[in-house]
Each structure stands twice: as structure tokens, then as C-alpha cells.
Ligand binder design. Structure first.
Ligand code: FO1
Length: 313
């Protein structure tokens, strides 16, 4: 079964890793959010691409989910001693990624080509694609009327400002990365990973042509909300601040008729009937991925469910 996964953030990276464990390498393409990208110390930083790649390569820091494991912080500490901003922690190994990506981008190489080369160097089999080679920046619009660059909202301000909405700067000029639409056309199934619908999945679906290509296929999503809480990050808080009670059902309603299937946690099995009422086939199962084996188990269940949708949709 050929699968395209849409992913951003730590939860998305974990399911992408599970899918990479259970699918033949040529049957999986992961399209990754780049709306979180930003420039810091003059370096082009792509957090969601790096989180997906580090996770698939087994390099990711298991505690944080982002950055690399067995990291050191010598360079950033030396910079902070000279007055550098310290709110965004850049580890020494991670810096290597940002230095080389920035060097290649400055040399005119496309982000998708750089990512393919990094995947080869990291021994990652499946195709990992940025949603676009053009820069797209998620801007968080706050209740106070401010507009915050994503990392300033997410890291510097620790997601505290109340959100009113989002906009994706550069989205008008952004086209799908080379290979993204082809992967979707060839796909049997699209999996929306348990990522933040507002700031990890929405930017991908906002890229001209991607939503239409996704909508042409059977799509299933895995809920990032369990028991009204996000497993990680501000998704539930964002739902609340946008006037929607956070729940697995709210996520299914958010994606609406894009979905043929929706995977929710057993803790929310009581919402399965309401999901079915939306015309979306529900599957309630254990969706918390505690370790590598748990990622593969959930991925296998997602694919089995996808196969059922294909034969019964
Ligand atoms: N998140 C934090 O909460 N604090 C950090 O200092 C931080 C540093 C960082 C460095 C590289 C990287 O790729 C990600 C980093 N993140 C950090 C996470 C990042 O803000 C998020 O991964 C995404 O943008 C949202 O998923």
C-alpha cells in the first residue's frame, strides 16, 4: 500500500517513524510542515523537518522530541556568554544541521534537494519532503491584536498568548515541493499524523494544489487530542481559545469531509458514534506511542484500518 503521511511536530514524527518501520521504504512519502521555520543567528532552521528526520534516523532527543540525543551545548553557551539570545536552545550537533542547510540554501539549492541529501546521509529510506521549497511562515494572531512569528509564540512566549487566528506568510507564492503531488497521485492512502491541526497540518493543506491532491484520496487522521488534552503542545489550548471545546470529535469535525476515517484513543471511544455521524469511519484504539514498538503497532493498526477503508469506502 502506497502511503503519504502529513506530519509536523513531535507526534507527527512518531507516527511517521512507525509507518517507516512497517512499510517498504518506497511505499512511504512524508510531507512535512515548514511553517515553523525561521532564521536565527542568520541560520535557516526547519524544526519540523529536523524532528521528522532525527526521529526516523534514531537521532532524536527522547526527552524533548526535538533536537538530537546526547547533545552538547558548548557553542550556544559561548554565544550567550557574549550576549546572544538564549531562548532558543541550539545544540552542537543540531548546529551542524543548521550550518549545512544554511550553506546549501545560500548556494541556491532547493530545500527539498537538501532534505533528500540529508536523509541519505542519515540513512533514512522513505522520501521526506518539505511541503514547499518556497518559504512559508506561520504567524500567530493573538487576542491582543499582536502578530507573533511562530517560534517566538511557541518557545520564547511558551504558547502563553491567547490565539485569535493564524496566517501563513508566503503561502500565496508557495507551490508544492517537487514530488509531493506525484506522491499523492500515486498514493493509495493519505495519513494525517497526530499533529497540531492549526499550525502543523493547516499550512500543508494551504499549499496551492496540496489540499486538492489530498482530497482526491482516501484520507484518515489520527487524533492529537486524547481526553480533551493534547499529548504534547498547544493544540487543545488553541481549540479552546478559538471557541471550540477540545476533543477528538472536535478534531474530526475540524478536518470534516476531507476524512474517510478517524483514529481516536480508547479514552474517547464514547465519541466514536458522533464521528460516524459525520460520515467518517471511526477506529478507537490505544494511540499513545510510548516507544518505538508502540509507534510501529499504531502504524500497523492505522494501515489495517486504511485497508478496510479502501475496500469499504
Ligand atoms: N522547543 C522549545 O520549547 N525550546 C527550545 O529551545 C527549542 C529549540 C529547538 C531547536 C531546534 C529545533 O529543531 C526545535 C527546537 N524546539 C524547541 C522545538 C520547536 O520549537 C518545535 O519543534 C516546533 O517548531 C513545533 O513542533
Amino acid at each position: 500500500m502506497k502511503v503519504v503521511a502529513l506530519a509536523g511536530g513531535v507526534g507527527g514524527a512518531k507516527l511517521a517513524d512507525g509507518l517507516a518501520q512497517v512499510l517498504p521504504t518506497e511505499d512511504l512519502t512524508i510531507i512535512v510542515n515548514t511553517g515553523d521555520d525561521f532564521e536565527h543567528f542568520g541560520l535557516s532552521i526547519c524544526p519540523d523537518l529536523d524532528t521528522v528526520c532525527y526521529t526516523l534516523a534514531g537521532l532524536a532527543n527522547p526527552e524533548t522530541g526535538w533536537g538530537q540525543a546526547s547533545e552538547s551545548w558548548v557553542a550556544i553557551e559561548a554565544a550567550k556568554a557574549l550576549g546572544a539570545p538564549g531562548w532558543f536552545n541550539l545544540g552542537d550537533r543540531d548546529l551542524g544541521t543548521h550550518l549545512e542547510r544554511t550553506r546549501r540554501l545560500r548556494g541556491g539549492d532547493a530545500l527539498s534537494a537538501i532534505t533528500a541529501d540529508f536523509c541519505r546521509a542519515w540513512g533514512i529510506g522513505p522520501q521526506v519532503l518539505p511541503m514547499s521549497d518556497a518559504p512559508v511562515r506561520t504567524i500567530v494572531q493573538t487576542r491582543d491584536g499582536d502578530e507573533l512569528a511562530f517560534q517566538n509564540y511557541f518557545v520564547e512566549l511558551r504558547c502563553e498568548p491567547e490565539v485569535r487566528g493564524f496566517r501563513f506568510e508566503g503561502i500565496e507564492a508557495a507551490r508544492p515541493a517537487p514530488g509531493a503531488v506525484d506522491a499523492l497521485i500515486a498514493a493509495d492512502l493519505v495519513v494525517i499524523c497526530p499533529s497540531n491541526p492549526w499550525v502543523s497540518v493547516a499550512p500543508i493543506l494551504a499549499i496551492d494544489g496540496l489540499r486538492a491532491a489530498v482530497a482526491d484520496k482516501p484520507v484518515l487522521a489520527v487524533s492529537p487530542i486524547i481526553g480533551g488534552q493534547a499529548v504534547k503542545g498547544p493544540a487543545a489550548k488553541m481549540f479552546r481559545e478559538l471557541g471550540i471545546a477540545p476533543s477528538a470529535l472536535a478534531v474530526a469535525q475540524h478536518y470534516g469531509d476531507l476524512l474517510a476515517g478517524f483514529v481516536l484513543d480508547t479514552a474517547d471511544a464514547g465519541q466514536a458514534e458522533a464521528v460516524q455521524g459525520l460520515g467518517i469511519m471511526p477506529l478507537a484504539t490505544a494511540t499513545l506511542m510510548q516507544d518505538t514498538a508502540g509507534r510501529a503497532r499504531l502504524a500497523a493498526e492505522v494501515l489495517e484500518f486504511g485497508g478496510y477503508l479502501l475496500t469499504n469506502a
